[in-house]
Design a protein around this ligand. Structure first.
Ligand SMILES: [Zn+2]
Length: 725
């Protein structure tokens, strides 16, 4: 037998992985199952056995599920075991076409969520697994198999969590991280609820609820749900539900509360026939993501039924209505479309692809729209040069700025797309031969405010940020190039301390997210409200914490430092390459060094690295050379034994190998030694040495840590090596 077939133990005659070699056995099994399938559909089987039916989004095992099954399981003993497909927090989701199948790879049954899939998906997924475990075999036995569950129902959520921390094979790093978040959540109240645990780790609360229910509660993540056009999105949005599986007789519905009564009521009161609904508990965030994903399709039937009543439009912005239904009919290659339609299509497409910016520029003898997606520019439309000025005029007109081509201009507009509202910040820049380039930045209010727990931070980073945000005064600098996620971090920091007892005031340009409980002020050049005098006005409002959008001049920087010396915690952003250069930058701007030394609490620098696509990232062995690099950069104390990953490319990531991004944060906490050095305006090298002594990790070191953790690739962080040791 070839090497790939070493998964099954020799005693299994129809061994897992030998399907290709023994067609007789497989056909036999298929006939039996075909007969079974004729009697019962997937949904019928699922209902009968109290499981969920599922159409897998990908017919393979997710990397996270692979990691878990290697940890919790062993080789399967039969030819047709349950197949690990995905995860839910610490739980493994396993799939089969036959609910009565036995082998769970030795994973303790209470840590498994079972779903029913089609025969065909089962075969395809099985092929993928044979391949995976052929390349890197799984262990023959696992002590976890003997693990006996406690009475989770008596332990409750918190007790079950503590039991998991004790008994579940978490990595040390994970344990430390969970403990940190546990403390943070615990400090908010007496008893932790499901939502508190979901904050600590995605879906952890849901998983605990599953354990407490004695594996009876149906649970899953909405990330596993297919796109749907059956139910109107506003209805799903109102009730925070999303269909997981729409069958012939029953709909399995993901719900944040674990029931769907109110949804059902409204559905029926809309004049629809009653449907049988089985509720599946899922967390709010993944359900909202699923709804947003569904809203971003071209499917006109889904869009047509949206109502515009829920749309709120501020009256100070110029709103451009884009109809997704019309956009579905636009073909940018067709010369019959007018300029307005084409521009709308470019905007619509950029937003649908979750671009952060859209550029309109002349290029050789045509004009092009390029969108920035996950940090990389991609051309989404080109048109003849003659169209360029027409496009520019249209967009500037929407933003209400004049048609002069000689000056740099700023403007704003808002797009209303179906039920979505996206604000756009527009910059116009003159280029050669009286042409202009337009840069549009999308400020999507729907994406919401991130939590610190969304950032994949180390315990050291969490400790520093928590400690800093609990100070009663001091200056926090956040630096990084445009588009490095500074604002996202600042909002997450503010939100981490946003409660009744704290008065938070901001002065921003623009207000990118609106956060309840925080008093946000927008600068306004026409009324002479800039950062510096805005800050003066804010100080009269008795704030505890102040955010100044940007310290771009000496006056603002000076005022920020002063405020941070008089009983306020002040957060601001600054353009600088790294956290220590931010210090020298402020000194160069004319801030007194003894004032800065007294006030500075933390300087942070940030970059976004592209996150490897989870569907296709490829493990690579860590060579001796790379081990040495890790050691030299002091990110490991002993050789790495797990593989790192490189980009490959698949349909899910449009062939790029990457999807989404991961924030790298360099945190320089100011201790007394550094304070003295700032006061002396000591050279950079001396400050750097003191910082490293204090446990400082540079952007490159943080990047390497993310490489070892499997989030990104060595290639992706190469450009930061100048910050390394
Ligand atoms: Zn991919």
């Amino acid at each position: 037998m070839p090497a790939v077939l070493n998964i099954p133990p020799p005693q299994a005659s129809k061994s897992f992985g030998s399907a290709g070699n023994s067609p007789g056995a497989t056909i036999d099994a298929r006939q039996v199952d075909a007969r079974q399938a004729a009697i019962l559909s997937i949904e019928g089987l699922a209902l009968q056995y109290g499981m969920m039916p599922l159409t897998l989004l990908r017919e393979s095992c997710s990397p996270e599920a692979e990691r878990l099954v290697r940890k919790l399981g062993r080789v399967p003993y039969v030819a047709d075991p349950w197949l690990p497909v995905t995860t839910l927090g610490p739980l493994l989701v396993m799939a089969h076409h036959n609910p009565r199948a036995g082998d769970l790879w030795g994973v303790p049954p209470f840590l498994v969520i079972r779903v029913v899939i089609s025969q065909e998906q089962y075969q395809n997924t099985r092929k993928d697994l044979v391949n995976r475990f052929g390349q890197m075999p799984i262990s023959q036995s696992n002590a976890m198999e003997q693990l006996q569950p406690p009475r989770f129902d008596e332990l409750g959520l918190e007790g079950s969590y503590n039991w998991l921390v004790e008994n579940y094979p978490y990595d040390d790093a994970e344990k430390v991280k969970l403990a940190g978040f546990y403390e943070a959540q615990k400090s908010k109240g007496e008893k932790l609820e499901m939502a508190n645990f979901n904050v600590m780790q995605r879906n952890l609360g849901i998983a605990l609820q599953y354990l407490v229910s004695g594996s009876k509660q149906l649970v899953l993540s909405a990330a596993e749900a297919q796109r749907q056009t059956f139910f109107p999105l506003p209805l799903l949005e109102r009730h925070v539900v999303y269909p997981l599986y729409i069958g012939r007789h029953v709909c399995f519905m993901l719900s944040a509360t674990g029931d769907c009564y109110k949804f059902e009521d409204e559905w029926i009161s809309m004049g629809n026939p009653a449907i049988k609904i089985v509720a599946v508990l899922a967390d709010t965030a993944t359900i909202r993501d699923a709804i947003n994903r569904a809203g971003a399709t071209f499917d006109p039937s889904a869009v047509a039924s949206m109502d515009s009543a829920s749309l709120s439009v501020a009256d100070d912005a110029n709103v451009v209505e884009i109809s997704p239904e019309d956009m579905a009919r636009v073909n940018p290659q067709n010369p019959a479309h007018g300029a307005e339609e084409l521009v709308q299509w470019a905007l619509f497409t950029a937003i649908r692809c979750r671009a952060s910016d859209l550029h309109l520029e002349k290029f050789y003898n045509f004009t092009r729209f390029r969108a920035r997606m996950d940090g990389t520019m991609k051309t989404i439309m080109t048109a003849p040069e003659s169209q360029h000025n027409r496009f520019v005029a249209l967009i500037k007109n929407w933003a209400g700025i004049n048609q002069s081509r000689a000056e740099c201009q700023d403007g704003r507009l808002a797009l209303s797309i179906g039920r979505r509202r996206v604000d756009v910040r527009l910059a116009a820049v003159p280029t050669r031969r009286e042409f202009q380039k337009l840069i549009m930045r999308f400020l999507d209010k729907q994406d919401g405010v991130k939590r610190l727990s969304d950032f994949n931070l180390s315990q050291r980073q969490i400790d520093i940020l928590t400690r800093t945000m609990q100070r009663d005064q001091g200056l926090v600098l956040v630096t990084g190039p445009t588009g490095s996620g500074k604002t996202t971090t600042l909002y997450a920091l503010l939100n981490s301390v946003n409660d009744e007892g704290v008065n938070i005031q901001t002065i921003e340009d623009p207000i990118e997210y609106e956060i309840e409980g925080i008093n946000q002020t927008q600068t306004n050049n026409h009324r002479g409200l800039d950062f510096a005098n805005g800050l003066r006005a804010l100080l009269r409002a008795d704030p505890d914490i102040i955010l100044i959008g940007e310290s771009r001049d000496a006056e603002t920087a000076g005022a920020a430092v002063n405020a941070s010396l008089t009983g306020h915690l002040v957060l601001t952003t600054l353009h600088a390459n790294d956290s220590l250069r931010a210090v020298t930058r402020l000194l160069a701007m004319g801030v007194e060094k003894y004032l800065l030394a007294d006030s500075l609490a933390l300087s942070q620098a940030q970059r976004l690295a592209r996150r490897l696509c989870n569907y296709c990232k490829q493990p690579v062995q860590v060579t001796q050379e790379i081990q040495e690099l890790f050691a030299k950069q002091q990110v490991i104390s002993q050789p790495v034994t797990t593989p790192i990953f490189q980009a490959r490319g698949c349909d899910e990531c449009h062939g790029t190998g990457y999807a989404g991004r991961v924030a790298l944060m360099e945190l320089c906490e100011v201790n007394s030694e550094l304070r003295d050095l700032v006061e002396e305006a000591a050279p950079m090298s001396a400050m750097r040495a003191a910082a490293f002594k204090n446990g400082f990790k540079s952007l490159y070191q943080e990047g390497l840590t993310q490489v070892i953790g499997g989030a990104t690739s060595l290639d992706e962080i190469k450009c930061l090596s100048y910050t390394g040791l």
